[in-house]
Design a protein around this ligand. Structure first.
Ligand SMILES: [Ca+2]
Length: 230
């Protein structure tokens, strides 16, 4: 009976989270949402979302979800502490929710530093554009050190799946498309773009979204640039 109650409560909580969606932004922090699938590429680049680990035969749903949660945590930790990874130091955007400036909630600067959104959903510690579904929006992110890039990791935290293009800006200011396509990210996770080590150096990433692709608010928590200086 106790087990039944726990399952019932979990179902209620999860059900509540999903039904809230990233759609009810009314000036406060905290909520949840939904997303999409994969497609063509502009440059030799790939994207990946984290697959759930296979469950041993006969494993209970509880064990399966615990394994998936552990796998997710390990991946988050590995990315956070990647010695070749840099976190953003400044950012500008096409627009911000409530015209947020400086370090206000949902401002572009909320993508700087380590990821700090803990749950999938609307959260002022992430950047959000002014409107949820208007269309093209962009985020321009700067990093401390120019590197020959090999990977870009974009942590989506609400309405994941709306990114359509990721560009690297070289030291002369020229834009190079690292990836373009159909963002496969779901839930609180990284859109990972891998590419052959660039010949040029970059410390600037531009992320373009089509916010109409995923209904509701589309938010980005953090961006990491991976590469070496030689
Ligand atoms: Ca953040």
């Amino acid at each position: 009976m106790k087990q039944f109650l726990q399952v019932f409560l979990c179902t209620l909580i999860l059900g509540g989270m999903v039904s809230l969606g990233c759609k009810n932004k009314e000036g406060t922090v905290g909520t949840t949402a939904q997303n999409a699938a994969p497609a063509p590429v502009a440059v030799p680049a790939t994207t990946s979302a984290s697959p759930a680990p296979p469950a041993p035969a006969g494993a209970s749903i509880d064990t399966t979800s615990k394994l998936a949660a552990a796998e997710w945590a390990i991946k988050q930790d590995a990315i956070k502490n990647d010695p070749d990874g840099q976190w953003a130091i400044s950012a500008t955007a096409s627009s911000t929710y409530g015209d947020a400036q400086g370090n206000a909630s949902w401002s572009a600067n909320q993508v700087t530093g380590f990821p700090n959104v803990e749950k999938f959903g609307d959260d002022g510690r992430a950047w959000a554009p002014k409107t949820p579904d208007t269309g093209i929006e962009w985020l321009d992110v700067k990093f401390p050190k120019p590197v020959h890039a090999t990977e870009i990791r974009i942590r989506e935290s609400c309405g994941s799946g709306a990114v359509i293009k990721v560009e690297l800006i070289d030291e002369q200011g020229a834009a190079h498309t690292a990836w373009a396509g159909n963002d496969p990210t779901t839930g609180l996770n990284y859109l990972i773009v891998k590419l052959p080590k660039t010949e040029y150096k970059t410390s600037n990433v531009k992320v373009t979204l089509a916010t109409n692709v995923i209904p509701g608010w589309n938010e980005i928590d953090a961006v990491q640039l991976v590469g070496k200086d030689q």
